[in-house]
Design a protein around this ligand. Sequence first.
Ligand code: ADP
Length: 144
Amino acid sequence: MYKTILVSIDLTEDNISRLVIPHVETLARLEDAHIHFLAVLPKLSSFYGMESLPVGHYSSEKDRLQHAEAGLQQMAARFNLPDDRTHCTIAIGSPRDCILLLAEEIGADLIIVASHRPDITTYLFGSTASSVARHASTAVLVVR
Ligand code: ADP
């Protein structure tokens, strides 16, 4: 049933990502699933004109990607999962589109997202979580 699971991680949100750990570990064990972690970075062009975002933070695009890759691997290491079944992918673009695209590419039978940032109580679902749940062609687990 759940042999290939996509776990979508927002690298800017440490606490929210922790919430998904027990869910992922439990589901992964059921059928020795392959777990694909995905973190999506914004296109650099979306930073233009937004002073609060780290425009000059990285020396190059390669540096930004390497930093994200290392961050995602650190996050993945917090999950108790077999190394040979754990995969990390960094994508650039809209989180919703990248999540749905990777799910298709790997033939995911489940997508796991967190519902929203814990400090944002106004919305039941964040925009990425709700949009993935609405548009995915596979099952979606929204973790609260
Ligand atoms: P909020 O707006 O409160 O941050 P989101 O819907 O954006 O809520 O985030 C909920 C979940 O969607 C995250 O925990 C994560 O699973 C997924 N998600 C959001 N942004 C990204 C991203 N940039 N890369 C990967 N996953 C993401």
